[in-house]
Write a protein of this length. Structure first.
Lengths: 254, 254
DNA sequence: CTTGACCTTCCCGCTACGTAAAGGTGTAGA
DNA sequence: TCTACACCTTTACGTAGCGGGAAGGTCAAG
């Protein structure tokens, strides 16, 4: 396979100017020049360009890239693995920035008042950190980073009032659930009320509610011992009971 | 509460040169100059600098920042939302790169052979953008960005073999499903086999499989007329039948 | 009164290209 | 065969967001 500048540039998604520049600085020389002086690239150059773009994407300077690629001891596999780690790290960094923007959006929508915001900062920080510690890793694995970050952003964006509301709701849910558990009937009135409270509580953390996700979370309350421990604290079996109630509530039990 | 360039630069963690530059371009003027022409900054300037650094951290250009902070009619919310979109786009790009790196790792281990074209798939904004135009908006609204992006990435990362496999699987699913539909029993052997084929098919597009998500998708096949139309093409009611089969298959029917 | 740490403006340099300008080349259709 | 047009070439200047240095003025301490 032989490529001219334009062809290769289209293949790789860079500009012809970039390829000429890389030639100029000696980063990527064409395989040969044809009789008219056109740059002709071969498959070896394609591979090299790919490597270059990998590192460029990471923000490595072109000079450094040249060094890295010219090193005879260069371990491609190790470099790729390291590269992957860097990409993942960058992704996490990006997620942080996104959370930051979400938070600012919340502040600008007036959901937070600046004065309150400062007083409240410690609380929220702690809340998010706790959240991370408790559920972060697994929740990220389960729902993906987006959902977790969106949730964190929502918590950070809460006003003091909202924070009180959500803690009150949590309290009320616990009480209602304990009462419902005594009846032993997940389809009964108290249990369904608890499920509805749980939905309300959830809407403080999730940007979009769906029956499927609600039911999925309920299942996780039983599968994940940390959640189970939380709900079963006073009365073992409560987590499973809540799950059953939610499955009925969401209609996901048919 | 008055600062010289050095003091303020230390406070904010930027260089004095940066502050002079910001003065030069009219982004951050000192409160006043003292008798010797030294720049003196006050608390208002400190606040403004913090704002500036915040936007800069997000990668906003200094010109844009100037607009944001000085123009009273500037739509801060719109700018932030746009910025958020950019960040999300950037993350999507990253996801593609990660997929590409993983694939390259596989290629180097000899598990697959990559064509020249494939080597650049992580960098190919345009291809993905085309996809976006066709299906993006609605699917994003329905499943969320992450799912769509991951799916795009996976499709882009497919080898020709894999692509053939997935189309064969799709064909087989259709056949099995048609046969199962005749039995009328979603819990029967053929229907459950169809549900399993559907799961296999799904795994070509999703990075993680969960029963909940599978069940959720099945429900959507009935709720969304475009999907319903696809499955009901030859035999109306097939989409609903598939949903029932999947609900049983995933155990989400209890 | 000196020393040294500040401050000032002016200006050139850097990265990784974008964007003409001025001119040569390759090929498809009239 | 001529012409249009898309490609190629080199040269060269412009860009953002400063870094760094030169040349010179200022301020507080010893």
């Amino acid at each position: 396979m032989e490529y001219t500048v334009q062809k290769l540039s289209q293949l790789a998604g860079v500009s012809p100017r970039t390829l000429r520049y890389y030639d100029e600085i000696g980063l990527l020389k064409p395989a040969r020049l044809n009789s008219s002086g056109y740059r002709i690239y071969g498959s070896r150059e394609v591979d090299r360009l790919q490597q270059i773009l990998f590192y460029r994407e990471l923000g490595v300077g072109l000079d450094r890239i040249k060094d890295i690629l010219s090193d005879p001891d260069f371990d491609v596999m190790a470099a790729l693995k390291e590269h992957r780690q860097n990409l993942l790290a960058k992704r996490r960094q990006l997620d942080l920035l996104i959370t930051n923007v979400e938070k600012t959006l919340a502040a600008n929508e007036g959901r937070i008042i600046m004065a309150d915001k400062e007083k409240f900062e410690g609380f929220k920080h702690r809340l998010v950190e706790e959240n991370e510690k408790k559920f972060g890793e697994e929740a990220r694995a389960r729902y993906g980073n987006e959902a977790v970050d969106a949730s964190n952003a929502k918590v950070l964006g809460m006003t003091q009032e909202q924070y009180q509301e959500v803690t009150q709701l949590e309290q009320k849910l616990k009480e209602t659930l304990a009462e419902a558990f005594k009846t032993g009937d997940p389809s009964g009135e108290p249990a369904q009320q608890a499920a509805d409270l749980h939905r309300q509580w959830l809407c403080y953390f999730w940007n979009s509610y769906s029956k499927e996700a609600h039911a999925g979370l309920a299942q996780m309350y039983v599968d994940d011992e940390r959640f189970t421990a939380y709900y079963d604290e006073k009365q073992p079996g409560t987590a499973a009971f809540l799950r059953d109630a939610i499955l009925i509530y969401t209609g996901m039990n048919k």
